[in-house]
Design a protein around this ligand. Sequence first.
Ligand code: ZN
Length: 63
Amino acid sequence: MSGQPIDAGLTCPDCDSDFVLYEAEPGIYGVTILHDETCPTYRAREARINRLRAQIAEQEAHA
Ligand SMILES: [Zn+2]
């Protein structure tokens, strides 16, 4: 092990993403991946999240 960059799967294969490490609570760390705005992976993820939000809103409306 000498000078190899750590590849923890934290970058996006579809864009020139960067990531930030943050400390949510003392000793609890999280990572946010910063995608390019045009990244297809980012766009697909946003679309999926929006669909899930719409489904949840729909279910709550009928609850
Ligand atoms: Zn990306």
